[in-house]
Ligand binder design. Structure first.
Ligand code: ATP
Length: 364
């Protein structure tokens, strides 16, 4: 089932919680709504669910406008952060609850529940009450309850945030696998970029109620169209430094952190009308694209080393700016040490400081 949001808005007095959001979710797609707290993700999801009524715009499920259709007639399954299981009912009773509301015969309910429990590998747990299940198991029961209705659309609201780190990892891949297996169009709300990057087919990045960017995880990581996306996606975040871009009619050069870099032709060509003799820009480079090396272009001094496990995060002072770089764990760098950082010029980013848009990757 396709979902189309056209200029969808939700206003609370003067506040536009969701502001003219247009978005197409493809049939069978797993789309993440990603953004910082308060950007309008949950409001969007609740409008999809029919719990909140839009103040403007249109929601279409397939060809049908559903703005005024009540939640129970939308054929959606919802999985929340707080699993919302009934504590006094067994897992089985929780799972079949939506079918019981539809007055489905007992035998059919049992058959459906066994089928879905088998797919989710929770068959041995059906007689337990939620209090006797782990967080991950409760989450699977909640998912089974959403799936048993054979919904056209699945809506997830931060379903992993109550799980511990290890369980979150396994549940992440499990939800992704099940979503693909069932092929149900799904919208997943999260403020966790790692969750969105690892699970979603495409990510809609929201900011202040608006759609900031839409793309595959790889597109958003490799070719961020705005400074906001560049700094929100990727961890540790991209370095963004004030810089000067010069063009002498042949070569385009960027000066940042006391270093001078030739912009490779493949990127310089993308500047089009933005080629001026000299202009101020924001220069972006990801910490993972900076490696300590004696022949590095950027010279600096180690301010701090933070062990991250697999890598060390090096916080480097270069001139009056600070740069984050990654080095293999136990790299042995000490505060105060001088070093050089090498970067691959093909992996740099440039943003217009006033519009905050990428000079390389333009909206299509
Ligand atoms: P979070 O990740 O913190 O849940 P979110 O992106 O889901 O954030 P929303 O819950 O959709 O954000 O809220 C968007 C904006 O709308 C926020 O500024 C919020 O304060 C506001 N808002 C939400 N519900 C109401 C309401 N009932 N009345 C007034 N303002 C509201």
């Amino acid at each position: 089932m396709e979902i189309r949001l056209e200029e969808l808005s939700k206003h609370y007095g003067k506040l536009a919680a969701v502001d003219a959001l247009s978005l197409h979710v493809r049939d069978g797609e797993f789309l993440a709504l990603l953004g910082p707290s308060g950007c309008g993700k949950t409001t969007t999801l609740l409008m999809l669910a029919g719990i909140l009524r839009p103040t403007g715009g249109t929601i279409r499920f397939g060809d049908r406008v559903v703005n005024l259709v009540p939640p129970q007639e939308r054929n959606i399954g919802m999985v929340f952060q707080s699993y919302a299981l009934y504590p006094h009912m067994t897992a089985y009773q929780n799972i079949v609850y939506p079918l019981r509301l539809r007055r489905t015969p007992e035998a059919e309910m049992r058959q459906q529940a066994e089928k879905v429990a088998d797919r989710l590998e929770i068959s041995p747990l059906l007689q337990r009450k939620p209090g006797e299940l782990s967080g991950g198991q409760q989450q699977r029961v909640a998912l089974a309850r959403a799936l048993i209705k054979q919904p056209d659309i699945l809506l997830f609201d931060e379903p992993l945030s109550n799980l511990d780190a290890r369980l979150r990892l396994s549940t992440r891949s499990e939800i992704k696998r099940l979503q693909k297996e069932f092929g149900i169009t799904s919208v997943f709300v999260t403020h966790d970029q790692v969750e969105a990057l690892t699970m979603a087919d495409r990510i809609a990045v929201m900011r202040d109620g608006k759609l900031e960017a839409l793309g595959t995880p790889n597109e958003l990581y490799e070719r961020p169209q705005t400074r906001f996306v560049a700094s929100f996606i990727g961890h540790p975040p991209m370095n963004l430094l004030p810089a000067t871009l010069t063009y002498d009619g042949g070569q385009t050069t960027v000066r940042a952190a006391r270093a001078e870099l030739d912009v490779p032709d493949s990127l310089a060509r993308r500047l089009n009308g933005n080629r001026q003799p000299e202009r101020e820009v924001l220069f972006g480079v990801r910490p993972e694209d900076l490696t300590p090396s004696p022949d590095g272009q950027i010279e600096g001094e180690v301010d701090l080393v933070e062990p991250l496990g697999r890598d060390d995060l090096l916080i480097i002072r270069a001139g009056d700016t600070q740069i984050h770089a990654l080095a293999p764990a136990a790299s042995g760098y000490r505060t105060g040490a001088s070093l050089r950082l090498r970067l691959d010029p093909d992996r740099i980013h440039l943003f217009d400081p006033s519009t905050e848009r990428s000079l390389f990757w333009h909206q299509t």
